[in-house]
Design a protein around this ligand. Structure first.
Ligand code: PLP
Length: 362
């Protein structure tokens, strides 16, 4: 069986170092917001090129706290892609803001930069871009719109650690960014984790306070905050894995390049990218017409697949108020998309076998 994602195998590579850091944290007697957090935040900020990094409990909280820190709330609109994981949109709703959905570009699956301006109103406060499936959004037009209409750009970088646009990494392409370190992400911890990156010192301080009961120093509360902190263990594990992220992403790129040059079945639409460095291939999502049969065929032949995602956010029960809305491009993607195995621990043999089976599908 070729696993979609073998998390045990991924983390096994770091066992000795993870064990050592676990012991260090256990022995320290300090488990939340300490030395490990500080180290990882410093290293991840340097990695992204952003000046500040604040560890939080997960990716959804990262986005939620950014919106809170800007003070956006009821009556404010935030532009989001219609094609995304629902967490992006939940973060907007959680603050009482109105998510305004924009269709994706069918070639990149990311928000279509040319369709955003028509959705901007006097109530629009921010554009939330999602670097979906690991591909950095083409930002140029979005930067221009943000400047023209005085909007904030918030990145949902949960799937795109290390992806680049014009030589800059995600997390440093807007005003603030949220990352997730959920175990299956390109940089994942052994539990839940996330962070916010930004070049805005005041925003960073506010995010840090908001994530710790709105407190800027102990028992002194300047905001009605929440509890969303990255614990020392997860920070330590992330700090072990971060130095290998680029090599892991390079391996993902190598596999993606092999897939793209060797899968040649007219019934399978391959993902496109506009520049090699822009994509870190969090998932390799292909499109097919008869998805259920395709998935069963691969399953029967020992290949696990996952669908990212079966139902678009606007068709979810949680957003029943949008049931009548139509986003046909996003709906087509959700109907046809299916992700085949890609990960840094996939072997060449597994990659060749996957190609062979995809090419043999009739
Ligand atoms: C994983 C993910 C999130 C949420 O991250 P969590 O750490 O699971 O809360 C947000 N947005 C996108 C696009 C994601 O893939």
């Amino acid at each position: 069986m070729i696993k979609f994602l073998d998390l045990h195998k991924i983390n096994e590579r770091f066992r000795t170092q993870l064990d050592a850091r676990f012991k260090e944290v256990l022995d320290s007697g300090w488990y939340i917001r300490g030395r490990q957090d500080e180290l990882f935040e410093k290293h991840f900020a340097t990695y992204t090129g952003a000046q500040h990094c604040i560890g939080v409990a997960n990716g959804l909280d990262a986005l939620n706290i950014i919106i809170k820190a800007y003070g956006f709330g009821p009556g404010d609109e935030i532009i989001v892609p219609a094609n995304t994981y629902i967490a992006t949109i939940l973060a907007v709703s959680a603050n009482g803001c109105t998510p305004v959905l924009v269709e994706p570009d069918i070639r990149t699956y990311n928000i279509h930069p040319d369709l955003i301006e028509a959705k901007i109103t006097p109530r629009t406060k921010a554009i939330m871009v999602v670097h979906l499936y690991g591909q950095a959004v083409q930002m140029q037009k979005i930067w221009e719109l943000a400047q023209k209409y005085h909007l904030k750009i918030i990145e949902d970088a949960a799937q795109a650690h290390g992806a680049e646009y014009q030589g800059r990494k995600t997390g440093n392409l807007g005003d603030a960014a949220g990352f997730s370190f959920y175990p299956g992400k390109n940089l994942g911890c052994l539990g839940d984790g996330g962070c916010v990156t930004t070049n805005d010192a005041a925003l960073a301080a506010k995010v840090r306070a908001l994530a710790n009961y709105g407190s800027d120093r102990k028992y002194h509360h300047i905001y009605k905050g929440i509890n969303s902190r990255l614990d020392e263990l997860q920070a330590a594990f992330l700090d072990v894995k971060l130095p290998y992220l680029d090599a892991d992403n390079a391996r993902r790129r190598e596999i993606a390049a092999f897939y793209r040059s060797h899968i040649c079945n007219p019934r399978i639409t391959l993902p496109q990218t506009y520049d090699e460095k822009s994509h870190v291939w969090h998932v390799f999502a292909v499109r097919v017409q008869n998805r259920a049969a395709f998935q069963k065929y691969l399953e029967d032949n020992g290949i696990q697949t996952v669908i990212h995602y079966p139902t678009p956010p606007h068709k979810q029960e949680a957003y029943r108020e949008w049931a009548a809305h139509s986003f046909p491009v996003s709906e087509t993607i959700h109907r046809e998309i299916i992700s085949i195995p890609i990960s840094p621990v996939l072997t060449d043999e597994e990659v060749r076998e996957t190609v062979h089976l995809l090419n043999a599908w009739k």
